[in-house]
Structure formats: C-alpha cells, structure tokens
Design a protein around this ligand. Structure first.
Ligand SMILES: Cc1cc2nc3c(=O)[nH]c(=O)nc-3n(C[C@H](O)[C@H](O)[C@H](O)COP(=O)(O)OP(=O)(O)OC[C@H]3O[C@@H](n4cnc5c(N)ncnc54)[C@H](O)[C@@H]3O)c2cc1C
Length: 543
C-alpha cells in the first residue's frame, strides 16, 4: 500500500527545506524528497578534489543576502549553525594599472578611492547610494508580498490588486519615474546618468549582469542590479551580502537540521517522476522506482519546465499555462570556476600576499562595461568569451573552515559561454575558458596562475544535468522584466499556487526567487496553510 503523509515537498534545495520545515512546524506529517545524495541543491559545499578533501568550495552559489530575518528566526537557523561573515569591499585591479575599491559602509574612504578617478563621481556616490536606498525601501518589502493576480475579476484578486495600489498611493511622480527607469533601462545607461569615470562604472555594473543572459548594455539589467543590491542597501528587512561559515552548503545544512527538528522526514536519492493528479487535485507523487507516496498537499520546488512539463500531463493543465512554461526563458551562460590557492593574490596595484582588506570582498574581473559587453556579445554570437568577466570572492579570508591555514579558496562566478552549452558538456572548452579567466587575473596579479593548486569548473550542462538547473540558468529562469512579479512563473499563477489544486510552487521561478532567499518555499507553505483554513486539506498530525 502507498505510504501517506500530510504534505510532500519535491526537492531538497534550500526552498524545499524551508517549505518542509514550516510544514512540519505547523504539525503536518511532512516528507521532503530529494533526488541527489544530499540536500541543498544550488546551495552546496563540496570537496571536489578527492586527493585534497581539506578544501571545501561553495560549488555554485557563493554569497548570502536576501534571506529574511523572519525565516531565519522562525526556523531557528542560527541555533542550527547558520552564521554569516559580512563581506569586504568591491575591488577591481585594472590591466592598465591602478585599482578601485568601493566600500559599502565607509563614505570617507569611498570618496578618496573614487576621487582618484573623478571628483565629480566621488561626490555623486553618496547621492547614488541614497537614491538606491530609497528605491530599496519601496522594492524590498515587495519581495515579501504575494503578487496580485492583476486583470482577474475575482473579488479576492481585485482586493489584492487594490490593496497593493493603496499601499503605494503615497509614491510621488519622481519615485514612480525612478522605478520605471530601474525596470526598463540598461545598467550601462543608468550609470552613465550618474557617473563619468569608466573605472567607477565598471564595478557598479557587475550586479546588473549576475546570472543574466544579457550584457550591461541590454535594457532590463538595471533591475537585475537592484535585485542584487537590495541586500547591500536593505532597510533592515534583508541582510547585507556575506559569506556563510562553512559555505552555502552550511545554510542548507542549518535548514535541514531545522526541518528535522520539527519532525520533517528527508529522503535522499529519491527522484520524483510524476505528480499524481485525480479530479484536478494533486494527491501524491510517483517515484522513479514506481513507488507512490500520497498526500493532499504537494509543494514542488523544481525548475518549472521539470515540474509542469515533465511531472504533470499537459492534459491536466490549461493550454495557456503550458505555453507560458514552454516559453519560459532559462539561459545564463554562467561558468563557475572554483580554485584552491597556495597563497592570496598579490596585485600589482596593491602588492602583498598577506591578507589585506581588498582580498575580503568581491575581487572582480570587470575592468570596464565594454569588457563585460564584449564577453556577452561573443557568447551571443556562439563562442565563449575570449576574456571572461568574473565576480570572484575568497571566502576563506573570513571562514577558516574552508581551507588549511595559509591556503585559500577562490570562488569565481564567470560569464559568458553560449547558451546552447547547456545541451552538451563542452568540458574541454570550459577548461580552456577557465585558463583564460585565470590568465586575466594573472595579468593584474602576476604569479596568480602559479598559485592555483586545484581547479573545479562547472558549466551550464553540469548545472542542468547534475543540479536540475535547466538551460544552466542560476535562478530557475531569467530575471527579465517579462518573468518578474505577477509573471513569475506565469500570469495568473504568481501566488505560489498552480493550476492543480493542492499543488504549490515554492521554486526560485516564483516571485522573490532566485537567490538563496527561502522566500518562495515559505510563501508556498503560506499558500497551503491559507487554503487549508478554507478546505481542511492539510490535516494535523496526531501527537
Ligand atoms: C553558479 C551559481 C551561483 C549562484 N550564486 C548565488 C549567490 O551567490 N547568492 C544567491 O543568493 N544565489 C545564488 N545562486 C542562485 C541560487 O543558488 C538559487 O536560486 C537557489 O539555490 C535555488 O534554490 P531552490 O531550492 O529554489 O532550487 P534548487 O537549489 O535548484 O533545488 C532543487 C532541488 O530539487 C532536486 N531535484 C531535482 N529534480 C528532482 C526530482 N525529480 N525529484 C526530487 N528532487 C529533485 C535538486 O537536486 C535540488 O536539490 C547561484 C546559482 C548558481 C547555479
């Protein structure tokens, strides 16, 4: 006979763990089903080199920022080992010579650093920070809101739409204009409006292209910058960027412990093949081995193309919804290069292998906006970037658990390779790409190449085939304007519900995803609880 639970969560990535923890905490008999040998999904810490297990890398995602304190506190994550080290500054050494360091919390040093290139830009920077902070005040609370179903004439949807409009009635013409600019402009054009020096604009553009199948000159990249910057300038709702102790896998480990402490069961190496639908309702799942597990509530946290096009029959779904998911854009061209280093890089502009402040934050390879745009245009035309862009960090400068004393881990988040590299491994070309990236750092930090003792290169194909990130997109789907808020993942279904009753969507392809935010998992739980109140679907476990 099939086993039975109150709730099933498909996927043990961080969103699945959050959803499962909340469900179990509410008293529901909950099982989390994970296909891999471990939980965490894209939030993972691994030892990729069997002969050097003392090195631990955060193989995919690498920095935290958007996990709301509510989730952290309610799931008692700190008690379960969650600890974050605040990151140091943004640093860029230029191949032409010199460097720039941008400090998040030191206006005086920021001024001096920028004034080397432009006094005007040094004066503009506090105004830019204040401008962004003002927009973050508007946008960051929205991350925790359920998008209304705009256009629907159902009374409850109309109420939600009106409530949202009412809440924002105080916004003035300028703020609305600024938000419009943010949503529609390229990060390059936006920065041109504020700054004159290319050296200042380059590091500021980085957040506009992270994980994005678009160069900094593409409209929409200004919003991507804001999505990633909310953590930097947050108003207390969300934290600043930081390195979790033990890498991103330690975040998932804390969530796993939390879920278990509330009574959730976690099954590893357990791949879900299908969601069982009867009479338009989800009633359970079929595993790859043919076993069935039944529950009146199912939360999926998988990529929408897997969740809706593979694990459900199209005949159970509205035609428009299937079309929307088929058209879902899910490209990135991201390559993650993880290094073990024998010593910290000594930059020509700031020499010395000893630990210095510029080693402790983002160590960028983004020397100009044109450099980044060229890397993207090459990938768009079908070839990997000759000179790759990279947002790199050295978390072992803070976290001593990742590498033996004196050695370091460097996590390089790099772009771009062609989008269709998700269809084939291209491992040899990826290694050549990683060589070129290392060479770019060697130019500004001679001897860097020699300091690399181990290397791990993860491209889009591995991201799709090992981690379920279809197309290699790091967020389960692009953060382009047509895939945000009420459109994420499809119009009419942005409220963490799906066309199937009892099936909820807690994946990064919903509003506030992607990123390691936990918000989609939490919202899927909230939706299930709200429906339970109406229908009694989520029965309480008898203690
Ligand atoms: C290279 C890279 C760098 C990134 N950097 C950052 C960063 O620095 N900061 C940040 O905040 N975000 C970052 N992200 C994004 C972030 O990691 C993801 O958005 C987030 O981790 C996704 O979490 P999730 O739980 O929604 O999905 P996932 O992590 O994708 O979890 C889904 C889980 O479902 C499992 N699964 C798949 N198929 C099945 C099946 N059939 N049955 C059962 N289980 C299944 C998978 O194994 C996986 O564990 C990065 C992502 C990547 C790839």
């Amino acid at each position: 006979m099939a086993e039975s639970y109150d709730a099933i969560v498909i996927g043990g990535g961080h969103n699945g763990l959050v959803s499962g923890a909340y469900l179990a905490r509410s008293g529901a008999k909950t099982v989390i089903l994970e296909s891999r040998y471990k939980t965490g999904g894209a939030a993972t810490t691994d030892s990729p080199w069997p002969d050097a297990p003392e090195f631990k890398v955060t193989r995919l995602s690498y920095v935290m920022s958007l996990l709301p304190p509510t989730i952290m506190n309610e799931l008692q994550l700190e008690r379960h080992g969650y600890k974050v080290h605040a990151m140091g500054p943004y640093y860029q050494a230029f191949p032409e010579g010199g460097s720039i360091t941008l400090f998040a919390d030191d206006a005086k040093r920021n001024y001096d650093s920028i004034a080397k290139f432009s006094k005007k830009d040094a004066e503009a920077m506090p105004k830019w920070d204040a401008w962004l902070g003002g927009l973050a005040d508007v946008l960051s609370p929205l991350l925790l809101k359920v998008p209304p179903n705009i256009g629907s004439r159902k009374p409850s949807d109309l109420k939600d739409t009106l409530q949202l409009a009412w809440k924002h009635r105080g916004l003035d013409v300028r703020t609305i204009a600024d938000i419009t600019r943010l949503f529609t402009m390229s990060i390059s054009d936006l920065l041109d409006d504020w700054f004159e020096s290319w050296q200042v604009k380059a590091p500021l553009a980085v957040n506009g292209v992270i994980g994005t199948w678009a160069g900094p000159m593409e409209p929409g990249t200004a919003y991507v910058m804001a999505h990633h910057s909310i953590g930097d300038v947050g108003d207390g709702h969300l934290g600043s960027w930081g390195f979790p102790e033990g890498g991103m896998g330690a975040v998932a480990a804390a969530m796993e412990k939390s879920a278990k402490s509330f009574g959730a069961e976690i099954r590893l190496n357990t791949k879900v093949a299908k969601v069982i639908v009867k009479g338009g309702k989800a009633v359970g799942v079929t595993l790859e081995n043919g076993d069935e597990i039944m529950a009146p509530v199912v939360v999926t946290t998988l990529h929408p193309k897997t969740a809706f096009l593979e694990q459900l029959d199209a005949s159970d779904l509205p035609v428009d919804f299937v079309t929307d998911i088929e058209r879902w854009k899910t490209r990135s061209g991201v390559v993650k290069v993880n290094l073990a280093l024998s010593e910290l890089p000594s930059f020509t502009a700031n020499p010395g292998h000893e630990l210095q402040e510029h080693h402790t934050g983002s160590v960028e390879m983004a020397p100009s906006i044109e450099y980044m745009e060229t890397a993207f245009q090459e990938a768009r035309s079908g070839k990997p970037a000759t000179r790759p862009f990279s947002d790199s960090v050295i978390p072992s400068t803070w976290d001593k658990t990742l590498a033996p004393e004196g050695t370091h881990i460097m996590s390089m988040f790099s772009q771009w390779v062609p989008e269709d590299w998700a269809n084939e491994s291209h491992q040899e070309e990826l290694e050549a790409y990683a060589d070129r990236l290392v060479d770019c750092y060697d130019e500004v930090a001679p001897g860097f190449k020699k300091s690399v003792i181990h290397r791990d290169v993860v491209g889009p194909w591995e991201m799709e085939n090992e981690y379920g990130l279809i197309g290699g997109n790091i967020f389960h789907g692009e953060l382009s304007l047509e895939q945000l808020f009420t459109m994420r993942p499809a119009p009419g279904y942005a409220d963490y519900r799906t066309p199937i009753k009892g099936l909820y969507n807690g994946s990064s392809a919903t509003h506030a995803g992607g990123g390691v935010t936990g918000i989609p998992g939490w919202q899927a739980y909230n939706a299930a609880m709200a429906d339970k109140k109406k229908s009694g679907r989520l029965s309480r476990k008898k203690s």
